[in-house]
Design a protein around this ligand. Structure first.
Ligand code: ADP
Ligand code: MG
Length: 696
């Protein structure tokens, strides 16, 4: 008897390869496959066949509309629905979806940020089907993953540069793999597994916090008497209501063919994590966008609000998106797999060294790509990586590499071959050749690198564009050194020589100590590693001459595209802080100050005997002073923000806002936070941290 499980519906809402094969005329299926492998262009007839099959499937599944689903530079997703129905020549309703509509869309969408790319040409933007990511159904709409480009072909989105960077790293890695003897390998795919952290709070609280609704984070709020110090939430039993929510999330994800795998309570109260099984970078990024959307919507069904902001609450952990990254060949070899004898696996060592060089050469780009305005509150704060790039390799691999340049360095602690039997009788427990260091922004975890800096609310596209491109660049450089060598032994000898050179020149980026400590900040400074404190200050590295030449050399971005992207990021930053400032002032004027006045009023009605007490007098003075200071801060906030806006260059504008406006916002916040501790519940009606974080 077949048992029914929630997995029965797995993939039921995706038009995947299996359906393509089942539902397309065979020649069309083979043509689609060849296009996907970039061996040919899709012709019109094939596109019509695919569109027809997709339409039938969509209608069978209750769809009425289709949309090109794309990812503008805002970092979220966009869609504009078109119904399948239109009048035929006799004005009769006709259900239609042509190959042309499948391949190309003209959403206009002129309100998306373009960083000036579209102003000079035509305002129109075009979407084109990305046939490497499967179409899917959401809320009765057939969604077609698409790229979004300008009239003149410049990327206006997060997907097209990602696709280009995947090709760049594939071509470069294939060169090296071929040199090392695997001549049949034609393609190397960057593989990505994204762990997504988020907070859940009760929707009733969320609705009463305008700051959460408009900015995604609490702009004030005193820390609850209890935070995460006991560590009792981490991996704890999942509360019943949350479990029901997770069940719905998983069900939706599985239907969309997403292998949602792991779920658990995170470190902070009310914080959780979900992780799918890794897939190719492009698909992983698409699926993560869908996951964020599903988390938000499912939360509503269960009376929650899902907070994806990097730092919704001050004083406890923020949320990140761990980006696990590796390179896998078309015949299934993971190029970061050390194997049984990593010290003799020269190709593996070369790939690891290439990665070290790439990260140490472009740390600013990685820092930038992992950031946004929200991540500034997280990086360097509680349990989050610092803003300094470094790599943690684990002792085994690190020792092997350091031995290359200094054979004396065989440390006594070096336990490459030490027997491992932690519990007698359980001798089958295999030794993991990577120890863990949760404080590193970039950790080697067995056969992949885990990039932990990425902000939870961001599209992980940019981080992967940078990882792919910097790696492509170094691999090409190494391939050029090795390609002319004929003999296997010569290739190995030369490769080891290249590794030695890289380790000698770039070992400063290797760090296995506590990345959260103040000593590391000092030590990193001595090593000359950049420590860019804010996102806005990192944006300039997009247009730095070295970055321009890196990205153009690898055909990922043109100079114009980079300039546009930097502009978009600055604009976004300024708008984000603008909204935060406005929301803060609004809340002060409409809720906080009136509450303080009400509090004074309440006190002034007290009998004379009470008014004589020292505590009473102290309280009255404190409230009156806070009222005036807060009012003054609001005025200064407004003034300083307008002052900064006078700058003409948007980067300068953003940097000034970071240095001159945000500190005032922080000071103003601490006034409210201190007041909150003495505010009577009857006047102070805004949900507090202890209420919001400890509802479960
Ligand atoms: P943790 O980081 O908690 O140890 P896992 O090792 O299970 O967790 O992996 C975390 C994420 O990394 C998952 O999404 C997993 O699918 C992904 N992952 C595992 N192997 C690879 C790989 N070779 N390349 C990219 N991602 C991977
Ligand atoms: Mg992890």
């Amino acid at each position: 008897m077949k048992i029914e499980t929630p997995f029965d519906e797995f993939g039921s809402l995706v038009f995947d390869e299996k359906l393509m094969k089942e539902r397309l005329p065979y020649p069309s299926y083979t043509k689609w496959r060849a296009t996907m492998l970039r061996q040919n262009q899709l012709d019109r007839d094939t596109a019509d066949d695919i569109a027809h099959a997709m339409k039938r499937w969509a209608l069978e599944n209750g769809c009425t509309h289709f949309t090109h689903w794309f990812q503008p530079m805002t970092g979220s997703t966009a869609e504009k629905h078109d119904a399948f129905i239109e009048p035929d020549e006799n004005d009769q309703p006709l259900i239609r979806f042509s190959g042309k509509s499948l391949i190309k869309g003209e959403p206009d969408a002129s309100s998306f940020p373009s960083g000036g790319l579209r102003a000079t040409f035509e305002a129109r933007g075009y979407t084109y089907w990305d046939c490497t990511s499967p179409a899917f159904i959401r809320d009765n709409v057939l969604c077609i993953p698409s790229v979004f480009v300008s009239y003149t072909g410049e990327s206006l989105d997060k997907k097209s540069p990602l696709l280009k960077s995947c090709e760049a790293v594939s071509a470069a890695a294939v060169r090296i793999v071929n040199i090392f003897g695997d001549k049949e390998v034609r393609k190397v795919e960057p593989m990505v597994g994204l762990e997504q952290e988020y907070f859940l709070i009760d929707k009733h609280f969320y609705d009463r916090r305008l700051d959460l609704k408009l900015t995604g984070r609490t702009l004030f709020g005193a820390m609850a008497p209890k935070g995460q110090e006991l560590g009792d939430h981490y991996f704890g039993s999942i509360p019943t209501r949350v479990a029901a929510f997770m069940k719905e999330v998983n069900k939706e994800l599985w239907k969309l063919g997403i292998y949602a795998k792991t779920e658990h309570n995170e470190v902070a109260p009310a914080q959780f994590e979900i992780a799918p099984i890794f897939s190719s970078a492009n698909i992983a990024v698409d699926q993560n966008q869908l996951t964020m959307d599903i988390l938000r919507k499912a939360a509503e069904h269960h009376g929650f609000a899902c907070l994806l902001h990097e730092k919704p609450f001050k004083g406890i952990n923020g949320s990140g998106k761990h980006n696990n990254w590796s390179l896998v060949t078309d015949d299934g070899q993971n190029l970061f797999e050390p194997g049984d004898k990593p010290s003799e696996n020269v190709r593996f060592l070369l790939f690891v060294c290439a990665f070290i060089k790439a990260v140490d050469t472009y740390p600013e780009l990685l820092r930038m790509a992992a950031s946004g305005p929200g991540n500034d509150h997280r990086l360097g704060a509680n349990e989050a990586p610092p803003a300094i790039m470094s790599i943690y390799l684990g002792s085994v691999i690190e020792e092997i590499l350091l031995e290359l340049i200094d054979s004396k360095k065989t440390a006594s602690s070096f336990s490459k071959d030490s027997p491992f039997a932690p519990i007698s009788g359980l001798s089958y427990i295999p030794k993991d050749n990577t120890d863990r260091n949760r404080t590193s922004p970039m950790a080697f975890t067995g056969n992949k690198f885990e990039f932990r800096m990425v902000g939870s609310s961001l599209s992980s596209s940019s981080a992967n564009v940078v990882l792919n491109t910097i790696m492509a660049d170094v691999l090409n450089e190494l391939a050029a050194e090795l390609e002319d060598l004929k003999y296997k032994q010569d290739i190995r000898t030369k490769a080891i020589e290249l590794c030695k050179k890289i380790v000698a020149e770039h070992k400063r980026i290797l760090f296995s100590g506590d990345g959260y400590s103040d000593e590391w900040v000092e030590e990193a400074k001595r090593r000359g590693l950049p420590n860019i404190c804010s996102f806005i200050e990192s944006v300039q590295f997009y247009t730095d001459p070295r970055s321009v030449s890196l990205f153009t050399r690898n055909h990922v971005y043109t100079r114009k595209e980079l300039e546009a992207r930097a502009e978009v990021l600055c604009e976004q930053y300024i708008k984000t802080i603008d909204i935060e400032v406005k929301t803060f002032i609004h809340l002060c004027q409409r809720e906080i100050l009136p509450c303080m006045l009400e509090h004074l009023n309440l006190l002034s009605g007290k009998p004379a005997a009470i008014q004589q007490s020292a505590y009473f007098k102290k309280t009255i003075t404190a409230i009156s002073q806070t009222i005036d200071q807060l009012d003054e801060h609001c005025t200064r906030l407004e003034q300083m923000f307008s002052e900064c806006l006078k700058e003409t260059n948007s980067q300068t504008k953003g940097i000034r806002i970071y240095h001159e406006v945000l500190p005032i916002l922080e000071q103003a916040r601490s006034l409210i936070d201190s007041y909150e501790k003495i505010a009577p519940k009857s006047c102070y009606t805004l949900p507090t941290y202890d209420e919001m974080l400890f509802t479960f």
